[in-house]
Design a protein around this ligand. Sequence first.
Ligand SMILES: C[S@@+](CC[C@H](N)C(=O)[O-])C[C@H]1O[C@@H](n2cnc3c(N)ncnc32)[C@H](O)[C@@H]1O
Length: 248
Amino acid sequence: MVDAVYEEARFASLYDVLNPWQPCYEFYRKKMMVADSVLDIGCGTGKVLAEARRSGHRGRLVGADPAAAMLTIARAKTDEVEWLCSDVQRLPTNDRFDLVVMTGHAFQLLLTDDDIRAALDAIRQVLGPSGQFIFEVRNPVVRGWEQWTDRNTRRTVSAPDGGVVEVVYIFERQRPPDLVDYETAFRFHDVGESYSVSSTLRFINPTRLCEILTATGFEIVRQEGDWSGAPWTSASPEVIMTTCLSAD
Ligand SMILES: C[S@@+](CC[C@H](N)C(=O)[O-])C[C@H]1O[C@@H](n2cnc3c(N)ncnc32)[C@H](O)[C@@H]1O
């Protein structure tokens, strides 16, 4: 089941306002520009693919996401990208891509080892023989969720329809082994409506992530720690994985 923050149009419409263009997106756009064919899994509102096309990508660009409300926004950006309403486990298996990505910490929505293994099995089927799969997770050591407090995250934004919306992210609890529950609270001032949505992210241990990647037939080509391309250290904010299919 897809999280309501992506599935419901009133929340999805705020995604790009709350997540404007930033170095992580530029990192992926540059990777896309040098790949002939690209599949963005969990593409959401499709901003990296749309920007790659706008900045001159001439090859095949495909975005897949199970949340129809997010794809509606993606489709409005451009019809020069193929948009597929699909979960990572239900990708069309007759296609092969030079680059497969999962951006915006979408990989952290895979909550169990089984979910990750099933996703990686599906990605193996759509990756060309010399293709790369690039994605990132937040480094759990940094304990980023501790910053998700009313004081740190409350903000007021203008929605695309002109309405004023107050949004706050609140950490709720950690659940063993590595899950973090949090709440997103929305207050739509113009209509006087408030909503609270509960979500869960997995903060997988990087060593465990490498074990699963290797066991499912991936080789780690590079592991970076931030969007400037710094090599990963145990204290890095991000775990940015560039992988390929292992030779055997
Ligand atoms: C945090 S958003 C990231 C969106 C986009 N990649 C970005 O960077 O802006 C996570 C996206 O993953 C999608 N998603 C959730 N579960 C998924 C799954 N099992 N397979 C593919 N996408 C999924 C959600 O619908 C949502 O659009």
